[in-house]
Write a protein that binds this ligand. Structure first.
Ligand code: FES
Ligand SMILES: [Fe+2]
Length: 349
């Protein structure tokens, strides 16, 4: 192991929180397996079609319940056919004369909700959730929404920072987005509150990259916000001229310490009809995403190879440290409104 290794990894496990477990459409007939914060879960639909989430381990002989099937809103284990109801109580033991129900035959249940086309699971079993899942921004007339789900090999923190990080765009995505033409000095107004951190970039001219030129050939000014909202939401908002508006909300799910699933809702209105804008912008967006995913994978591999991280930050890394602080506080259950402040910095983009 390298002598500079400190064994530190930016892994925060915020367990008292809602995460997207899957899309509503992924959960139809038979149960499916998902993982959140390394916890194996089985998802299925109860008799009323509402989603249920149980620990993916049969109380009988540890068989994964996700190998089983749904029988009239119950989950039947594939091994000996024990059946569980929507709250994880064993209600049938084939061959057993007498009552099936007994507390030792229960499986831990995680609160579940269906909202905005996603199945959300609270990452602590057997408790009353503190609050409800995040609500996605509503779509309105003239807007198109595209959804994408992808997995990246990185910690939740690295994935969030990447989604909200401005300086890398001029390098990793050179020409696609930023990194063409001269740089401009702009201001970033950073606002921190108990549950979120937001950066507003002021005075940024239209990006010179391909996407910017297509959207606003005559130039114009960008209004740009980057937001991190606890526990795992990255939101980027751009307005370019009066016609173009993008609101990209990425609901991140920490699958394991170094694996994060991103559920992105891309809501936009441009000077083009929705289908045309999608046709033009999707290949660019996919290229940008592939570059990010590849870099996150390499970053994770490097951190693991060295047995820990070595981070150095400057003022230009506007949100990374703040995201980390918020995650650590949420993990420890220490969020307080006294954390509210505003500050401004200058940077060249
Ligand atoms: S292991 Fe599930 S019924 Fe036996
Ligand atoms: Fe990026």
């Amino acid at each position: 192991m390298n002598q500079e290794s400190n064994g530190e990894f930016s892994v925060a496990r915020v367990t008292r929180a809602w995460y997207v477990a899957c899309g509503s459409r992924e959960l139809r007939g038979d149960p499916i397996a998902r993982k959140i914060l390394g916890i194996p879960l089985v998802l299925f639909r109860g008799p009323d079609r509402k989603p249920s989430a149980l620990l993916d381990r049969c109380a009988h002989r540890n068989a994964p319940l996700s190998l089983g099937r749904s029988v009239g809103g119950r989950l039947e284990c594939a091994y000996h056919g024990w059946q569980y109801d929507a709250v994880g109580v064993c209600v049938k033991v084939p061959g057993l004369v007498g009552e099936a129900e007994k507390t030792t035959r229960e499986v831990p249940r995680f609160p579940a909700r269906e909202q905005d086309g996603f199945v959300w699971v609270y990452a602590t079993a057997g408790v009353e959730p503190a609050g409800e899942p995040y609500r996605l921004p509503a779509t309105s007339r003239g807007y198109t929404e595209v959804r994408r789900t992808v997995e990246v090999e990185s910690t939740l923190h690295a994935a969030l920072e990447n989604a909200l990080d401005v300086p890398h765009t001029a390098f990793l995505h050179k020409g696609l987005f930023r990194g063409v033409g001269r740089t401009h000095r702009i201001r970033a107004r950073v606002t921190r509150s108990a549950m979120q951190i937001e950066a507003e970039y002021i005075g940024e001219p239209r990006p010179e990259g391909l996407a910017g030129r297509i959207l606003s050939p005559s130039g114009g000014v960008v209004t740009h916000f980057d937001r991190f909202i606890l526990p795992s939401i990255a939101q980027v908002e751009y307005r370019l001229g009066s016609e173009n508006h993008f609101l990209i909300t990425t609901l991140c799910t920490p699958v394991e310490d170094f694996r994060t699933r991103l559920h992105a809702s891309i809501l936009f209105r441009t000077r083009f009809p929705g289908w045309l804008a999608r046709l033009i912008l999707e290949p660019v967006a996919l290229r940008i995403f592939r570059q990010d995913a590849e870099m996150l994978k390499r970053q994770t591999a490097a951190v693991r190879r060295f047995g820990g991280e070595h981070y150095t930050s400057t003022e230009v890394d506007v949100l990374g440290l703040q995201i980390w602080q918020l995650l650590k506080r949420a993990e420890a259950g220490e969020l307080t409104p006294s954390e509210e402040w505003k500050r401004e910095i200058e940077l060249d983009v």
